[in-house]
Ligand binder design. Structure first.
Ligand code: AHG
Ligand code: MN
Ligand code: MN
Length: 349
């Protein structure tokens, strides 16, 4: 039996958003997440049809403000999410696929940022892709509702369109996974209180960029590659899907570390991922599951957003490897400070 894709319901757990004493706010969050579930079901349905839908992966000829060529499914997903949020208590919508904030209804209380289709390079390959979202309380105007620190998010999560269509979500009281039941068309709670393994020997990075990385990243990965005889004394494994949501979902389920560092390619000095609608929502979910999310050294959720599509180097996952990477960055800064210090004193000239 195929479910009805035009209406979506989610059977929230009793614990979902229980940290919000204000019933009205909890209802607003639930209504917005339910609307996003309707959008996700429509996008999931399109993905499931794949090549039967004409040209999902075709370039539209347009580019988003970050310079990425827009694919048909990017644009279609953005339209679907916009239409869904028009039915929710949402004043403002910021999207990877929109240059500026879209005002839906300025009288409404919430603001939503989204990457409507994450993993676009995988659209035609039948590899998991997804939708990422982040919910804030709306401020007096559109832009100021988003130019703030990620710790002000009240709810965030992502959908994965893969063998299952899942929703991984937090409202600040832990991270949960819901699965779309194809028989009923409802998202049902599958895992409450997710916990990321504190240690792991699995890392995710696009290794083809090795020559572009800065020294701490290169030495960390080289130490992983050195295996049990190397300085880390362990044999490591590597995974890289090319869809942030798929790598994040794997790390939540079995631990690991994800790294998209800055590198010396033009436009990549701050990495590839965007702080507002990729790093912040994933960081919120990861922290609520006991993991850590940084820019390599500093907490993502403490970083202030200066522009909507601002990129940020992004490292997240199991506590121990993320802290290890931070120590490599710290070592580098101590070394460079001391060498600068010595240079200043002319001791090593
Ligand atoms: P998007 O499709 O929304 O632009 O996101 C793609 C991102 C992220 O999902 C993934 O981790 C990363 O780009 C992959 O980058 P590379 O293709 O450079 O490996
Ligand atoms: Mn993305
Ligand atoms: Mn995208």
């Amino acid at each position: 039996m195929t479910s009805n894709f035009s209406s979506g319901t989610i059977n929230f757990s009793s614990g979902f958003a229980k940290n919000f004493q204000n019933d009205a706010r909890r209802a607003e969050i639930r209504a917005t997440v339910s609307a996003l579930c309707v959008a996700a079901k429509q996008i999931s349905h399109i993905c499931a049809r794949g090549p039967l839908e004409s040209g999902l992966g075709d370039a539209t000829g347009g580019a988003n403000s970050d310079g990425d060529a827009q694919k048909a499914l990017d644009v279609r997903s953005d339209e679907i999410v916009t239409a869904a949020l028009e039915t929710a208590p949402v004043a403002y919508y910021a999207s990877e696929e929109q240059d500026d904030v879209v005002t839906l209804d300025a009288s409404k209380p919430l603001a939503v940022a989204s990457d409507p289709l994450d993993g676009s390079s995988n659209i035609d390959t039948n590899v998991s892709i997804g939708t990422i979202f982040s919910i804030y309380t709306a401020k007096k105007d559109a832009l100021s509702s988003f130019l703030r620190v990620g710790s002000e998010q009240i709810c965030a999560g992502f959908f994965v369109y893969g063998p299952q269509t899942t929703l991984v979500i937090t409202a600040g009281a832990g991270t949960e996974t819901y699965v779309l039941d194809p028989d009923t068309g409802n998202f049902e709670l599958a895992i409450a209180h997710m916990k990321i393994a504190p240690a792991s020997t699995e890392y995710a990075i696009n290794a083809s960029n090795h020559r572009h990385w800065e020294a701490p990243v290169r030495s960390y990965i080289e130490d992983c590659l050195a295996g049990a005889d190397g300085p880390l004394g362990e044999k490591y494994n590597m995974r890289w899907v090319g869809s942030l949501v798929a790598d994040a979902n794997r790390i939540l389920s079995r631990g690991g570390i994800f790294m998209y560092p800055g590198d010396d390619r033009k436009g990549y000095q701050e990495g590839r991922l965007r702080l507002l609608y990729e790093a912040n929502p994933v960081a919120f979910v990861i922290e609520q599951a006991g993991g850590i999310a940084t820019n390599g050294a500093l907490r993502i959720l403490g970083m202030s957003l200066e522009s909507l599509h601002q990129r940020v180097p992004f490292v997240f996952g199991s506590e121990r490897p993320v802290q290890m990477v931070a120590s490599y960055h710290h070592k580098k800064s101590v070394k460079s400070d001391s060498s600068q210090l010595f240079n200043k004193r002319g001791l090593f000239r």
